[in-house]
Design a protein. Structure first.
Length: 428
């Protein structure tokens, strides 16, 4: 990425947060249970967090006008994804990693002040052993530290690989703490590859059901679907790296709209309006080069294998187009026509266009987040995660999922040719 460019107000806000972090390092008794040894317990909170009600879910942005966004990678998979985000220079985002495994935590690329060891008393830093119940109890033990990490945020991303112990057990608790504090909370997680075994798959399914109850928006990336997009000769290490990259693009596609001044300015309140209490959501991505790159990237995004159903059923769409300095208004309009001609006319649409001077030459990428697909499954978790809501102590906001839209009508064409298989899918 190019050098961090921000307004004078943003610079002051950045300096203020940096100063706060330095003070926190110096102050005794305020170090979060960090790998390598804690310096003392957290001081008790002076005031409890506000609960997640419509009255309390207001803008928490500081006077500088810059939304505070934090990304928490929980467990091994989530930490790997955050390491990738950290190393690619994402702007305007604060990164944290949380784990029960002290050794894995100490090797994170994220600097030590932003590493949170959870459940140190329970696990002694040796990990959760693939048991989500241990991950759950570890997060409950470290609830006060989690509250301190998310304090002051307007938006929190919780990312994890589902199926293991820490990610499956702790991620719902971390998310629940954030949502209970009135923070816009987005979960973005992966499900295991088939070769990882049925046990991990079942644990992932149950964890996802509970996580959905503790976030505003949940984006699930099925790792198996990624295999359909790659060469059969891809090494296994690269397959896991690809999963991390998809998580990174999902977080970046949303955060860039908020944090980077673009061709079209988007208020954080607009993003909140689409993503608050949206429930299960889907993500599609497309990238293209050449003369017809805008059209090709848009078609790739709306036909992405990550989209299990068509975006025409969504009640909310957040999408972002990113290109180099050669990105044109014509290309933005061309991509928008393809996307808008497919979605419900009454859907709430949030759009951002970002010029990245360090983007690969002649490339253009589009990320689409589709939200509001109606009610989720009524099946309730029956075992190890049944008490996670109590751990998060979240009050129900009462807003519920958005109602499903009538999809009986065919998508509008508007003079733009939509691939026939997408039209068939919209009637399915």
């Amino acid at each position: 990425m190019a050098a961090f460019r921000c307004s004078l107000a943003h610079v002051r806000a950045c300096r203020k947060r940096t100063s706060t972090r330095k003070d926190a390092k110096k102050a005794p008794g305020r170090t979060l249970g960090l790998a390598g040894g804690a310096e003392g317990p957290l001081e008790p909170k002076q005031e409890p967090h506000a609960r997640s009600s419509p009255a309390n879910r207001k803008m928490r942005t500081p006077p500088s006008g810059n939304a505070v966004i934090k990304v928490l990678g929980v467990g091994g998979g989530g930490s790997n994804a955050v390491n990738r985000m950290f190393n690619t220079g994402m702007r305007g985002v604060e990164f944290w990693v949380a784990n029960t495994d002290a050794q894995a935590l100490s090797s994170s690329d994220v600097q030590s002040p932003y590493r949170l060891q959870i459940g140190a008393g329970l696990t002694r830093g040796l990990g959760a052993g693939g048991n989500p119940e241990v991950g759950l109890r570890a997060a409950k033990e470290s609830r006060d530290a989690i509250e301190k990490v998310i304090e002051g945020a307007d938006m929190v991303f919780v990312t994890a690989g589902m199926g293991g112990g820490t990610g499956s057990g702790a991620a719902p608790v971390v998310a629940g703490v954030a949502k209970a504090a009135g923070i816009l909370t987005v979960g973005i997680v992966t499900t295991p590859f088939t070769f990882e075994g049925r046990r991990r798959s079942l644990q992932a399914q149950e964890a996802i059901r509970v996580l959905e109850e503790n976030v505003d928006t949940l984006i699930v990336i099925p790792n198996d679907r990624l295999l359909s997009t790659v060469d059969n000769n891809m090494p296994i290490t690269e397959a896991f790296t690809l999963a991390d990259e998809v998580l990174r693009q999902g977080v970046r596609g949303i955060s860039d709209i908020i944090t980077i001044p673009g061709l079209v300015n988007v208020d954080f309140a607009d993003v909140r309006a689409v993503m608050a209490d949206a429930g299960s959501s889907l993500m599609g991505m497309g990238m293209a080069t050449g003369k017809n790159r805008a059209r090709e990237a848009a078609v790739s995004a709306i036909s992405s294998p990550l989209l299990e159903v068509g975006i025409e059923r969504a009640t909310g769409i957040v999408w972002n187009i990113t290109g180099g300095s050669d990105l044109t208004l014509f290309e933005v309009n061309e991509a928008a026509e393809i996307i808008y001609d497919l979605v419900d006319p009454s859907a709430n649409l949030i759009f951002g266009a970002v010029v990245d001077e360090d983007a690969p030459k002649d490339s253009l990428s589009i990320t689409i987040i589709a939200t509001g697909f109606g009610g989720s499954s009524s099946t309730q978790p029956s075992s190890f995660l049944a008490n996670v809501n109590a751990a998060a102590t979240r009050e129900d906001s009462g807003s519920g999922d958005l109602p499903a839209r009538d999809t009986s009508s065919s998508p509008r064409t508007g003079g733009v040719e939509i691939p026939s298989f997408l039209r068939r899918r919209s009637r399915g």
